[in-house]
Design a protein around this ligand. Structure first.
Ligand SMILES: NC(=O)c1ccc[n+]([C@@H]2O[C@H](COP(=O)([O-])OP(=O)(O)OC[C@H]3O[C@@H](n4cnc5c(N)ncnc54)[C@H](OP(=O)(O)O)[C@@H]3O)[C@@H](O)[C@H]2O)c1
Length: 254
């Protein structure tokens, strides 16, 4: 099966392309540096020829409110129009658990807009809602700085390894469209502030993490369970401890 992965050079995309190939599929990584740009439409008609499935795991280069909204609206609109012309049978998009509960955030308003375009299109689809990636914990610290300290609400979340995200998306991409949302998550519920603190410590990053119940998550006020997936979520296997040990070993070897 020919499967085009939009954002196929990114964190999740590159893992997904490799796994699809290991499973015998013709996986094509599509991104600006492979000649495919969903914002301009460049290369889309060519790359989608003969594709059965398109998986969109792209992300906006800028997370500024206006830029991210423009990115997801323009790229999704273009992509769906070219997919309809190429008679693609299944559009899979990666989004985030709780997106619908996070509309105070500019980033999540953009993801809501992306999902709305998909659900209103004529193409069969599956939207995959994943929880936060372990790989994103440092990035989360970077966007949560107030007066030099990392302020995060001490709420529950259920993060997962990027490798488990790619495995979860793969299963959906090679299966039938759900025409709805499938949630995927990590094996354990953990505290947001505590995990970011542990991740920074593992990186010898001296920034202090403050448990602040009023701190915003990506610009949105959240409560204890906002970031948690529901009971039907498909769970990955890798725990934070195992992931941390593996990433330390990889860094050491490098
Ligand atoms: N971070 C989290 O914890 C989390 C949790 C759940 C879901 N998600 C979702 O996961 C998705 C993927 O995240 P990621 O961290 O894997 O992203 P990433 O590593 O930043 O990769 C983004 C990809 O998008 C490509 N791209 C950028 N502009 C493009 C354009 N105009 N046309 C085509 N491709 C373009 C990039 O290509 P270049 O490198 O060539 O620019 C890159 O391949 C996002 O949609 C995000 O919302 C994230």
């Amino acid at each position: 099966m020919k499967i085009v992965v939009i954002g196929g050079t990114g964190l999740i995309g590159s893992k997904l392309v490799n796994k699809l190939r290991e499973h015998g599929h013709e996986a094509v990584a599509a991104a600006p540096n492979t000649g495919v740009n969903t914002l301009t439409g460049e290369g889309l008609a060519e790359v989608l020829k003969g594709a059965s499935v398109v998986v969109d795991v792209s992300n906006s280069p800028s997370w500024d409110d206006a830029a991210v909204l423009k990115f997801f609206e323009t790229s999704t609109r273009n992509l769906l129009a070219y997919e309809a012309a190429a008679e693609v049978g299944h559009h899979v998009a990666l989004s985030v658990v709780g997106t619908d509960r996070l509309s105070e955030s500019g980033y999540f308003r953009a993801k809501i807009a992306q999902e709305k375009l998909i659900t209103e299109s004529s193409i069969a689809y599956t939207i995959v809602h994943a929880t936060q990636f372990f790989e994103f914990l440092k990035g989360l610290a970077d966007v949560s700085i107030v007066d030099g300290k990392v302020h995060l609400p001490p709420v529950l979340f259920q993060p997962m390894a990027a490798n488990d995200v790619a495995c979860g998306v793969l299963k959906i991409a090679v299966g039938p469209p759900v025409n709805g949302i499938v949630e995927i998550g990590g094996p354990e519920q953990l505290r947001l502030d505590e995990l970011v603190r542990r991740r920074l410590a593992s990186l010898n990053d001296p920034r202090e993490v403050i448990a602040d119940p009023n701190a915003l998550y990506s610009g949105a006020k959240i409560s204890e369970r906002t970031l948690l997936p529901g009971n039907n979520a498909r769970l990955g296997h890798m725990t934070f401890e195992t992931w941390l040990a593996q990433s330390a070993a990889t860094t050491h070897a490098a």
